[in-house]
Design a protein around this ligand. Sequence first.
Ligand code: AMP
Ligand code: MN
Ligand code: MN
Ligand code: MN
Length: 302
Amino acid sequence: MPCAAGLHPRCAIIRGFFRAAKTDFPVPNVDLHCHSTASDGLLAPADVARRASANGVELLALTDHDDIAGLPAARKAANAEGMAFVSGVEVSIEWEGTQIHVVGLNFDPENETLNAGLATIRAGRIERALRMSAELEKIGIADAFAGANRFAENPNLISRAHFARYLVEAKVCKDVRSVFESYLVPGRPGYVDHRWAELSDAVAWIAGAGGVAVVAHPARYKISMGAMRRFLTDFREMGGQAIEVVSGSHSLDDVGTFGRLAREYGFYASRGSDFHGPKESYVDLGMLGYLPDGLKPVWSLF
Ligand code: AMP
Ligand code: MN
Ligand code: MN
Ligand code: MN
């Protein structure tokens, strides 16, 4: 059912809560950040697309971590639903010692440099997972690498989320959230430092493939506002064009803060749920507030 007409019941509810002020034109329901089993999501790529469409999403990007293997199936299902679709990926980078995520949108998925760069990150993930497993072994949690791999449908893309699911199954913790708090974040026994891609490389791969580089969920990083400003300046100088303003990880305050920063830096604004699965995510596909007034939607570039 076309969401722009305001007919989709769930969309109507969201609009009631979050309507962008003073728009007398239909606001499209756009979701440009979500995951499938090609990385650490719980649904197959085609099921993500079908669920997005059922939720009233009109433009979707699938943005798996460091892998674009899910794009063909998601695009096909999106087409079958009559929902617009653009390519996406969420690239893991390290900037001044902090792990940061850069989303790439609407790039050429065949681009060789981008594909080679992502393959390098995936190889690093396997090596990191082995080190994580060795650390967990030291505190009495055996075989975590094999256990996490059982939860990873894509054996080349192993994430902390797969470890978390295994540790819940092994009854080490009651849920994924507590596993992260107790074992998988900096300072905890299962966390290991890792060298991810360089920010400059990630932006160059995305831009070189004709895409737009977007800072994912900027409020999530535990860095000062001064460091955030330096990061945004670096990102813009390297060719980054957009930041997520409305995100499943953002509070209303965060939306205000990053909306203002988007205006100040001249960034386009993006909107994405970061949906991973029905029981693991607070925010379902497309179920988010709309961009604040006066921002340039990143999808106006597509
Ligand atoms: P990785 O890219 O392997 O470092 O894993 C990061 C992923 O773990 C994120 O994309 C989320 O899916 C998940 N994650 C990170 N922090 C948390 C948390 N506190 N609670 C639940 N999942 C988390
Ligand atoms: Mn994830
Ligand atoms: Mn992320
Ligand atoms: Mn994500």
